[in-house]
Design a protein around this ligand. Structure first.
Ligand code: ATP
Ligand code: MG
Length: 389
């Protein structure tokens, strides 16, 4: 018996004018992601998307995992398709749900009939199927209030579907329907979580990483690639731009007051990132900053950083505690990679006494000791591009 997936489109977004765009993007995303597993037919009808495997050797557990990471899906279910014949529906329900029902003590049947020409009403279908299952699995009892298993029978235009329970989807909005943004990605815990969080709100991603060889190693960069590859399971493919940052950091160390190292470095990062972002059609920057976490993440420091930004900066973790961020990083499977000990360019030249309340004019005065523009242009020209899939 062939198992399929039934995907329920989110209610809220569907009501807006964006419905068509939302649905088309979601279908495209599902087709592209599922194609990595095997051949599937993905079709939308009556506010449900059906995913049908077209090869016999497809592992539906893989399909479930894949679909559970696609944004824009509130819930979905594994289901089996039956002919629209009450006897056949009963038999298939008993066969398809055998294991689930053998493990349960209580159950109830719910029916939905969108094809009103089907000769039984929803309560009649539920009663018939429920009666049949009680007879076939005599250890079961019906509990309409809090059953272990809810068996759902849907009578739709071209077929009937039988399922037990819904699987929670990734939520959010389909990637790409909200525009494109550029994440500043380090090898830490926070920035991959920030990237995931904004992709969930429908943003397509590009990523910029600053590397300072020989102070930072090839392995550190590979770690970032691995992190982004894991984020991409949710956000979809993206380009990663690695910016050579050594010269700039050396110039800062040589010419500027040490107390301002970090803040000046961050202003360079923002400037370079927004140039790359604008060039590739992204409209905002994303960082993993969390208010008060370190000296460069105070209000004053953020104000100095933002003073160079000409596009909005999204900081989705600003109000989160480290524990909350770690919880998400575990959920999206980036935590174990993030905690591998490789140096980041941020930690290469850390000042002993970073300013937590930097004055913008002092920062600018220090920064002006460097001939910035040629350095920025050189860095931008020498970025290395990679495909993250
Ligand atoms: P993370 O865990 O994301 O590294 P963090 O707590 O270590 O964050 P910082 O090192 O101060 O914080 O960096 C703040 C933000 O700056 C990061 O979340 C990231 O968005 C950006 N950032 C830091 N280092 C880099 C880098 N090497 N390349 C690109 N962006 C970076
Ligand atoms: Mg960091």
């Amino acid at each position: 018996m062939k198992e399929i997936l039934l995907i329920k489109l989110g209610e809220i977004v569907l009501k807006g004018l964006n419905r068509k765009n939302f649905e088309d993007t979601l279908l495209r995303t599902l087709r592209r992601r599922l194609a990595k597993i095997g051949s599937f037919q993905v079709k939308a009808s009556q506010s449900t998307i059906t995913v049908k495997p077209m090869d016999d050797d497809i592992d539906m557990d893989d399909a479930v995992l894949c679909v559970s990471r696609v944004f824009g899906i509130a819930a979905f279910a594994r289901a089996c398709k039956a002919e629209k014949d009450l006897e056949k529906i009963k038999e298939q329900a008993g066969e398809y749900l055998r294991e689930t029902l053998e493990d349960a003590k209580t159950f109830k049947v719910e029916s939905k009939r969108s094809d009103k020409k089907f000769p039984y009403t929803s309560p009649e279908i539920s009663a018939e199927v429920g009666g049949y299952l009680l007879e076939k699995f005599p250890h079961l009892t019906v509990d309409v209030h809090d059953p272990d298993v809810i068996v759902t029978v849907e009578i739709r235009d071209f077929a009937a579907y039988i399922r037990a329970g819904l699987i929670r989807g990734a939520g959010g909005i389909p990637v790409g329907t909200g525009g494109k943004a550029c994440v500043l990605i380090s090898g830490g815990i926070d920035s991959p979580v920030a990237a995931y969080t904004m992709a969930k709100r429908g943003l397509e991603l590009m990523a910029v990483h600053f590397a300072s060889p020989p102070y930072t190693s090839e392995r550190a960069e590979e770690k970032v690639v691995e992190l982004l590859t894991r984020v991409a399971k949710y956000s979809g493919r993206m380009k990663m731009y690695t910016v050579p940052f050594t010269k700039i950091q050396e110039q800062i160390r040589e010419k500027c007051n040490e107390d301002y190292f970090t803040i000046i470095m961050r202003r360079f990062m923002m400037e370079i990132a927004q140039r790359l972002a604008a060039d590739k059609g992204a409209q905002a920057l994303i960082t993993g900053e969390s208010l008060g976490q370190v000296a460069s993440q105070t209000i004053g420091a953020i104000a100095c950083t933002d003073a160079v930004c000409r596009m909005p900066v999204f900081r989705p973790l600003l109000g989160m505690d480290k524990e909350e961020i770690i919880e998400i990083s575990r959920k999206i499977d980036t935590f174990e990679v993030s905690i591998q000990p490789f140096e980041d360019c941020c930690t290469v030249f850390t000042p002993k006494h970073p300013r937590t309340k930097p004055m913008l004019e002092n920062v600018i005065a220090e920064e002006n000791k460097i001939d910035s523009l040629p350095l920025i242009e050189e860095a931008v020209q020498n970025v290395k591009v990679r495909d993250i899939v």
